[in-house]
Ligand binder design. Structure first.
Ligand SMILES: [Zn+2]
Length: 423
């Protein structure tokens, strides 16, 4: 979003003031910041009395016709330079509240609601750089609040992540007046909605962001098909922020590289994509992920690192989280799911994949031994296999991968957050 020029910002302020002044009486008044028109006043006399120019007073209050002021009208008093003191603006502003989203600061809210940052800072008695926690109430001018009803047919409320970091996962929550098959699209891909309550009136979807997606603003499309068969759709902007990812070269020994012909790599990729493209009807994963390996084994290579490999086309970033551990260390399921793959692969080595439902899959690669069989239902903490260094690996470790709608995202996010927050 372009930052408005100071002239445009000034016009915005004036329009805001006009609304405020005309729409409702001003409660808070402080000396020299506002002036209430008395019987017999003229604008010229008021300007002279306050020591400001008639032009500045007219402009500051967006007055079209200086001969038409009314008794009781509250005028904002500009500074000597014609600008309005922020404290006066804040005092004259009737406020409502919005709630901060993850990653918000007062500055990001000022951008979202097209507010003067100084005014927003004043309204909240805090610096504009103040970081906010998700859900924290923030004072904003009442007239920037969305109307109570979003006037979106059967969708009565929604809430989507305003910003998502590369490689992380956002959410969108939708409330409807009747059960709906909600349509969501993100980067041309359909979102997968899950009901959060028994009556199906509250649904949510995960919004996975590829770690290599260019930072910027993208449209989240949301809606449903009406009873008449018409798609009712709207879009909202979601900002993708760059992640803290580093660069790394991976050198693979010649004996391992020799088996990784392009045919083998492509066939394996098609095999795993074929699995993680499925969408099971239920989401079994509801709680924060347990770690898939003991805390004794810290991360040795984080998710998202940009990589170049010394062998054929096996990807250009690290699609999972690595934990270095001795061969034979237990690998555990982080959440309930169904084993959908348990077999040796050329690149991924001895591999296990879990389906957690609704297009969410987790993968465990390079095992020395597989301890699960396809079709097995697992609970969090169940053993899936043992750490090894099979496949394209340079030492014993667990590679843990999370795929949401086929997109590799940071699994560690969900060791701290559940997939969805339920009220
Ligand atoms: Zn890895």
């Amino acid at each position: 979003m372009e930052r408005p020029s100071s002239l445009a910002a000034g016009r915005l302020l004036i329009a805001l003031l006009l609304l405020l002044v005309l729409a409702r009486p001003v409660q808070a008044q402080e000396a020299n910041e506002t002036y209430t028109v008395a019987a017999g006043d003229t604008l010229g006399a008021i300007a002279a009395q306050l020591g400001v120019s008639l032009d500045a007073l007219t402009l500051a209050n967006a007055i079209d016709d200086p001969n038409r002021i009314r008794v009781g009208q509250v005028l904002l008093v500009p500074n000597a330079d014609g600008a309005l003191p922020v404290a006066a603006l804040a005092a004259a502003t009737t406020t409502g509240r919005v709630r901060a989203k993850a990653g918000d600061t007062l500055a990001t809210l000022a951008t979202r609601y097209e507010l003067d940052p100084a005014l927003l800072a004043e309204l909240n008695n805090a610096p504009i750089s103040r970081r906010l926690f998700p859900g924290q109430p923030v004072n904003v001018p009442e007239n920037v609040l969305p109307p109570p009803s979003i006037n979106f047919g059967a969708i009565t409320a929604f809430d989507a992540s305003a910003t998502i970091m590369q490689g992380r996962t956002g959410r969108v929550y939708v409330t409807s007046s009747r059960p709906l098959e909600v349509i969501g699209r993100w980067l041309g891909q359909p979102l997968v909605f899950t009901a959060l309550d028994d009556d199906g009136l509250r649904q949510a979807a995960l919004i996975p962001v590829d770690p290599l997606l260019e930072p910027g603003e993208y449209a989240l499309e949301l809606g449903y098909t009406t009873a008449r068969g018409v798609d009712l759709l709207r879009t909202w902007p979601v900002t993708v922020e760059s992640g803290p990812y580093e660069y790394q070269d991976i050198v693979i020994s010649q004996d391992k590289a020799d088996v990784l012909t392009p045919d083998v790599v492509v066939a394996e990729r098609e095999r795993v994509i074929g699995i993680w493209s499925q969408i099971s009807p239920d989401l079994w994963w509801r709680d924060v992920f347990q770690r898939p390996i003991s805390v004794d084994y810290p991360t040795t290579s984080p998710f998202g690192t940009r990589r170049t490999y010394s062998v054929a086309d096996v990807g250009n970033f690290h699609a999972g989280q690595d934990f270095g551990a001795p061969e034979g260390t237990l690998i555990l399921a982080p959440a309930p799911g169904i084993v959908v793959l348990a077999e040796p692969l050329a690149v991924r080595g001895n591999a296990v994949m879990l389906d957690h439902g609704r297009g969410v899959f987790s993968g465990y690669w390079h095992m020395s031994e597989i301890k699960a069989t396809p079709g097995l239902q697992v609970a969090a903490g169940d053993v899936l296999g043992l750490v090894g260094t099979t496949g394209l690996s340079t030492g014993a470790h667990l590679h843990w991968e999370l795929r949401i709608n086929g997109v590799a995202v940071d699994p560690m996010q969900f060791t701290e957050e559940p997939p969805f927050v339920t009220p």
